[in-house]
Design a protein around this ligand. Structure first.
Ligand code: AMP
Length: 213
């Protein structure tokens, strides 16, 4: 399957991407994830983007295009791909189109996960990762038993550097200003499907699967 998941920060793209990868085998390419790895590994790119990401701005189109091209080349053509967090503006959407055309790997699905602002803020500000298991939890929504399981096994609840309130509101503004206008590009191409991203992870996943089946 060859698919793009679109949606605001906190809409659940990453979580649903993991479900699709598990069930359909398409490798997930997350530009945010690749950039965080670059920061952790202190690469040249990592050093360049660290501050930009921490304040919630987009990094340059050139950097993310390079990451996407490399990742697409690295994965097996037969398995398809799942893009999570890319493209995020019209210029990126146009570049992606040319790359996919030149690789002869056209898109099959573009799904927008739609979530209200208020819920986005709560999901992002409450998001934590268990340092022991890597599992994503939420201090507002996760069952107490899951939070305790992490803490009681010696884990810590780690918050992403850009999940503070200033960066969250900046990232949502950037999404409304730069990414939403790009969505029209996919609507016009006839590829866009929109699903309601509110409710449980399982419910949203069911909606997603019924759109792509
Ligand atoms: P995400 O993990 O998708 O929420 O992305 C986290 C951060 O990485 C964003 O706020 C941006 O700073 C950067 N980033 C991720 N993807 C892109 C992209 N396609 N274009 C520019 N910046 C990006």
């Amino acid at each position: 399957m060859r698919i793009i998941l679109l949606g605001a920060p906190g809409s659940g793209k990453g979580t649903q991407a993991e479900n699709l990868t598990r069930d359909f085998g398409c490798p997930q390419i997350s530009t945010g994830g690749l950039l965080r790895t670059a920061i952790r590994e202190k690469t040249k790119t990592g050093k360049k983007v660290e501050k930009i990401m921490a304040r919630g701005d987009l990094v340059s189109d050139e950097i993310v295009l390079g990451l996407i091209q490399q990742s697409l080349e690295d994965i097996d053509d037969q398995k398809g791909y799942l893009l999570d967090g890319y493209p995020r503006n019209i210029n990126q959407a146009k570049s992606l189109n040319s790359v996919l055309k030149s690789m002869n790997r056209p898109l099959e699905h573009t799904v927008l996960i739609d979530v209200d602002n208020e819920i986005l803020v709560k999901r992002l500000s409450g998001r934590r990762t268990c340092s022991m298991t890597g599992k994503t939890l939420n201090i507002y929504f996760s069952p107490k038993a899951e939070i305790d399981e992490c803490l009681n096994s010696g884990g810590e609840l780690i918050q992403r550097d850009d999940d503070n309130i200033e960066s969250i509101s900046k990232r949502i503004d950037v999404y409304r200003e730069q990414t939403e206008p790009m969505i029209e590009f996919y609507r016009v191409s006839g590829l866009l499907k929109v699903i309601d991203g509110q409710g449980s992870v399982e419910d949203v996943y069911q909606r997603l699967v019924s759109e792509i089946n």
